[in-house]
Design a protein around this ligand. Structure first.
Ligand code: HEM
Length: 394
C-alpha cells in the first residue's frame, strides 16, 4: 500500500505559509486530490494531514479510534509530551473526559452565559470607549485580545479589583506564546485563588474544579491548575475570532452595511465570522489502532492533524466557500470542533461575539482602518496579530 505524497503539503509546517495565505491554496489542492497525506518532517512526529470537511468531522466524532490523550496540537518532537496529557479536559479520552466535562459544563451553559451577559456588555462598552479615547489603537490587542482575556478572567472567578492586573498577565502570557505555567505571577495568582476558593467556594470554574469528583476522587492541585491553564490557553481563540471578524467587516463594507441595517442577522453573522476566521487552525488526534482511510493504512500511534480551516473552506460542504457572507445558510462550520471535545467555551464565545457586534452597531458612530493587518504566523492559531484602527462612539 502506498502513501499519498504531496510535497507542497510539507509547507503547512511553515508558520509563514499560514500568514501569507499559501496554506489555503495547498489545502485546496489536497482536498481535491490528496485528502489524507502522510508527512515525515524533520523535528516533528510523522503525521497525517486531513483536509476534507467530511473526514475532519468524522475523526472528531470518533474518540475510540482517534485519541486526544497524546495531545491535540502538533508539537515539535523535542518538546516531549504535553504536561496536560491525561489530566486536562482537552487531553483526556472517554470515560475520564466525560467526568471532567460534566463537572465543568454547568459553568459554560446557556444559563451561565445569560447570567454573565450584562457584565460582558459592560466590558465591551468600556473596551470600546477606551479604544475611542486613545485615538489610533491596535484592535487585535486593545479590543479583541482584551475581551477574550476579560471573558476567561470572569469565568475563572477573578474578582473585579484584580481584573486589570490579571488581564495584563494573561496578555503577556499569550504574547510570549508559552504555556501559562511559565508565567510565574499568573500561575502564582491562580494558585492563590485556588486556595481562597478551597476555603470559600464561589460560582466560578475554579470552585467547580476544586469541588468536583471524577471516579469518586477529587482532582489533584496539579490537575486543577493544568485545567485552568487549558481554559486560559483555549480562550485566546475568542479574541482572534473577533479580530478576524472586524478585519472581514472592514474588507467587506457591503456586509457591514447589511449587518447595521438588519440586527436580525446577528446570530448568523457570528457563525460566518467563526467559519471565516477559523481561528483554531488545526486539532490533532492519535490513531488508537491500525486502520484504513481513503485506501491508505494509518498505523496505531500515528498522529492525525485535522486542518479545521481547510474543512471550513471545503467546496463540497459550502457554497462559494471563499466568500464572506453573513447570510450564509446552512453554515455547519467546524470552527469550534465537533463531537465530545467540541469547544466548551462555545456558548460564551458566541454570546460575547454577538454582544460585540450589537455594540458595534448601536454604540459606534464610525470606524476606519489606519494601516495594514499583520497576520499571526503560527500553525496552531490564526487571525490578525495587529489591526490598526480608529473609531468614534455615538
Ligand atoms: C471563537 C472562540 C473559540 C474557538 C474558535 C474555539 C475553538 C475550539 C476548538 C476547535 C476546540 C476543539 C479542540 C479539539 O477537539 O481538540 C475547542 C475546545 C475547547 N475550547 Fe474552545 N474555542 C473558542 C473559545 C473558547 C473559550 C472562550 C474557552 C474558554 C472559556 C474555550 C475553551 C475550550 C476548551 C477547554 C476546549 C476543550 C474541550 C474538551 O476537550 O472537551 N474555547 N475550542
Amino acid at each position: 500500500m502506498t502513501h499519498a505524497s504531496y510535497e507542497a503539503a510539507d509547507a503547512l509546517l511553515d508558520p509563514r505559509a499560514h500568514a501569507d495565505g499559501r496554506a489555503d491554496g495547498i489545502w485546496r489542492e489536497m482536498r481535491a486530490s490528496h485528502p489524507w497525506v502522510r508527512h515525515e518532517p524533520d523535528g516533528y512526529p510523522a503525521f497525517w494531514s486531513v483536509t476534507r470537511y467530511d473526514d475532519v468531522r468524522s475523526v472528531y466524532a470518533d474518540p475510540e479510534s482517534f485519541s486526544s490523550q497524546g495531545g491535540v496540537l502538533l508539537r515539535p518532537s523535542a518538546n516531549g509530551e504535553d504536561p496536560g496529557t491525561g489530566l486536562t479536559l482537552a487531553l483526556t479520552d472517554p470515560p475520564r473526559h466525560n467526568g471532567l466535562r460534566s463537572m465543568l459544563a454547568p459553568h459554560f451553559n446557556e444559563r451561565s452565559a445569560r447570567a454573565l451577559a450584562d457584565r460582558l456588555r459592560q466590558d465591551v462598552r468600556e473596551v470600546l470607549a477606551r479604544a475611542a479615547d486613545s485615538g489610533e489603537f491596535d484592535f487585535a490587542h486593545d479590543v479583541a485580545g482584551r475581551l477574550s482575556s476579560l471573558l476567561i478572567a470572569r469565568l475563572l472567578g477573578v474578582p473585579d479589583a484584580d481584573l486589570d492586573t490579571v488581564v495584563r498577565w494573561i496578555e503577556e502570557a499569550f504574547a510570549a506564546a508559552k504555556p501559562m505555567t511559565s508565567h510565574v505571577p499568573l500561575t502564582r495568582y491562580v494558585i492563590d485563588l485556588m486556595e481562597q476558593r478551597d476555603e470559600e467556594p464561589a460560582d466560578d470554574a475554579i470552585s467547580l474544579l476544586l469541588d468536583g469528583e471524577v471516579d469518586e476522587e477529587l482532582l489533584t492541585e496539579t490537575e486543577v491548575l493544568l485545567n485552568c491553564e487549558n481554559l486560559l490557553g483555549a480562550s485566546e481563540n475568542a479574541g482572534l475570532s473577533i479580530a478576524a471578524g472586524m478585519a472581514a467587516l472592514l474588507d467587506h463594507p457591503e456586509q457591514w452595511h447589511d449587518l447595521r441595517e438588519h440586527p436580525e442577522i446577528q446570530a448568523g453573522a457570528v457563525e460566518e465570522i467563526l467559519r471565516w476566521g477559523s481561528s483554531a487552525t488545526h486539532s490533532m488526534r492519535t490513531a488508537t489502532s491500525d486502520m484504513e482511510r481513503d485506501g491508505q493504512r494509518i498505523r496505531k500511534g500515528e498522529r492525525v492533524v485535522l486542518w479545521v480551516r481547510s474543512a471550513n473552506r471545503d467546496e463540497k460542504e459550502f457554497d462559494r466557500p471563499e466568500e464572506f457572507d453573513l447570510r450564509r445558510r446552512p453554515n455547519r462550520h467546524l470552527a469550534l470542533g465537533f463531537g465530545p471535545h467540541v469547544c466548551i467555551g462555545q456558548t460564551m464565545a458566541r454570546h460575547q461575539s454577538r454582544i460585540f457586534l450589537d455594540e458595534l452597531v448601536t454604540s459606534v458612530a464610525s470606524f476606519e482602518q489606519t494601516g495594514p493587518v499583520t497576520p499571526l504566523a503560527s500553525i496552531a492559531v490564526n487571525g490578525p496579530a495587529r489591526l490598526p484602527m480608529r473609531l468614534k462612539l455615538k
